[in-house]
Ligand binder design. Structure first.
Ligand SMILES: C[S@@+](CC[C@H](N)C(=O)[O-])C[C@H]1O[C@@H](n2cnc3c(N)ncnc32)[C@H](O)[C@@H]1O
Length: 315
């Protein structure tokens, strides 16, 4: 049963077709000196974001979603579950490894400087991270002059279990939502959508939804997760619906499996995505073969969320 489910969801059963690749992907080269927006609208650029961003004009994007490496600082030895002894599949990818906080901070600072330059004056930026790095990122953003509008707490309904029981189960990630600077006033905020998603009557900055799982999760040819940190469609839906309008242009400079662009397209927004790792870009090409159908309704439904948080007991 499990095997046939895996087969059904496995990407790369056939080789990626050259036509699909050409339609969606641009491979960055040193010869390429600039990227006019109309050339890269609704494209994925395979390349190093630091090189690619430099070739894009100032003030090009209406919104930016950044899901940078987490720098989880995991031990080099295999992590095994205390009781059942199976291996914990954490984020142990090369792209998440930095030699020090200083190196990580430099990566984030360099990235945010370039991203800020390509944001339109009233554009907004979302940056997502866990406790491992969100506080460093927040400080860097403030030092660079970004003006923070909100932090959103994402409560995961299916967090990784807490095997050792020596601290609280880590069931949250944070999103920082900001404008380029304090002067930016006319940014997009759809408060009706925010009320739909946020908990309680006020549409609070707390979103309750599961990690990416089941059919949504892209798999490699061995039936394993293609990417260790693929974000859920529902998360990007909330980000995009609250902070952009139809036709807006969204940038994701470290795109992974391309969740941002996939959701943007379904919601009639345009995108530019940059990703350095070819195997993820192949995953994006496969993913884009099936258009996404999205409704405005939040998932899970507010009733379920209230039950999960035991809010009905407070009523
Ligand atoms: C946290 S993941 C993004 C996951 C993505 N949001 C998703 O839903 O799949 C960060 C990504 O940054 C990419 N990355 C790291 N350094 C990069 C660079 N210099 N240029 C482009 N992409 C980079 C990694 O390959 C990785 O896929």
């Amino acid at each position: 049963m499990e095997e046939s489910k895996n087969k059904q969801n496995t990407l790369f059963k056939q080789k990626v077709k050259p036509n699909n690749w050409k339609r969606l992907v641009i491979k960055d080269t040193d010869e390429k000196k600039e990227y006019p927006i109309e050339e890269i609208r609704n494209k994925v650029i395979l390349g190093d974001t630091f090189k690619v961003l430099k070739k894009i004009d100032d003030e090009s994007f209406d919104m930016v979603f950044v899901d940078p490496p987490y720098f989880l600082q995991l031990p080099s030895k295999e992590l095994r579950r205390w009781t059942v002894k199976t291996v914990v599949e954490g984020v142990n990818d090369e792209w998440d490894k930095f030699s020090s906080f200083e190196e990580y901070d430099n990566f984030i600072t360099k990235l945010l400087i370039e991203v800020k330059r390509v944001m339109k004056p009233n554009a907004t930026i979302w940056v997502i991270a866990t406790y491992h790095s969100i506080f460093r990122i927040g400080k860097i953003m403030q030092d660079l002059g970004f003006w923070i509008l909100n932090d959103v707490i994402w409560i995961k309904t299916n967090p990784m279990p807490n095997w050792l029981g020596v601290r609280f189960t880590n069931a949250t990630e944070n999103l920082i939502w900001a404008v380029k600077d304090k002067k930016a006033k006319k940014y997009t905020f759809n408060k009706e959508y925010a009320r739909k998603f946020g908990i309680g009557k006020v549409g609070a900055n707390v979103w309750v939804l599961p990690l990416c799982w089941g059919k949504e999760r892209l798999k490699n040819d061995k039936g394993k997760k293609l990417h260790s940190t693929q974000k859920p469609v529902e998360l990007l839906k909330r980000v995009i619906l609250t902070s952009t309008k139809e036709g807006d242009l969204i940038l994701d400079p470290v795109a992974g499996t391309g969740t941002t662009g996939h959701v943007a397209k379904a919601l009639k927004r345009d995108f530019v995505m940059i990703e350095i790792n070819e195997k993820y870009v192949e995953g994006i090409v496969e993913r884009f073969k099936k258009p996404l159908k999205i409704t405005d309704d939040p998932l899970p439904k507010p009733k379920k969320v209230n039950r999960y948080l035991r809010l009905e007991e407070l009523a």
